[in-house]
Design a protein around this ligand. Structure first.
Ligand SMILES: [Zn+2]
Length: 167
């Protein structure tokens, strides 16, 4: 083998090594990107569900709903905050019964609105919060959302409502 042939072979080997390294890098990048997409999707689902599942943010579990943190609830057909029977533990049901709490309804009867993205019918979630607390005046706000697990999204569905006192 001549010197130039040997140089050529060495160069080829180096080039092949470089290509293999690049391919491996690309494979790792694609793997990471796929993993990231999956994680993003899982995160979206959690975000949608956390609004419903955060125990201390549920309207029925707050001492003074909306005063120190937003309170979330489902709504009746007439937009009254309600507890959903199927989502209550036996202890919850007991506690609410002791309080004489009347607004417990079946999940099938809660106020629904379609997902703006996939148009499936979803329960409306109300967010209720005091947004101003000052001598010059208070402000209380209601916001309305649907949380779609299929679309991994939380969407506002009605105009916000604001009043200068509890409503
Ligand atoms: Zn949807």
């Amino acid at each position: 083998m001549s010197t130039s042939e040997m140089n050529q072979q060495l160069w080829n080997e180096q080039l092949q090594g470089l290509i293999a390294k690049k391919l491996e890098q690309r494979r790792k990048t694609e793997e990471l990107a796929a993993q990231f997409e999956e994680e993003k999707e899982i995160l979206g689902r959690y975000e949608a569900l956390s609004m419903i599942l955060m125990h201390d943010r549920l309207w029925q579990n707050q001492h003074d709903p909306g005063k120190s943190a937003p309170a979330y609830s489902f709504l009746s057909g007439t937009f009254v905050p309600v507890c959903v029977k199927e989502l209550l533990t036996p202890e919850d049901q007991q506690r609410l019964a002791e309080k004489g709490y009347p607004r417990v309804i079946q999940f099938a009867d809660v106020q629904k609105h379609e997902c703006p993205n996939c148009h499936s019918s979803l329960p409306v979630i109300q967010e209720y919060e005091q947004t101003e607390d000052s001598p010059d005046g208070d402000e209380w706000r209601k916001r309305f959302y649907v949380a779609c697990v299929d679309c991994c999204g939380v969407y506002k569905v009605f105009e916000d409502q604001e009043r200068d006192s509890r409503f």
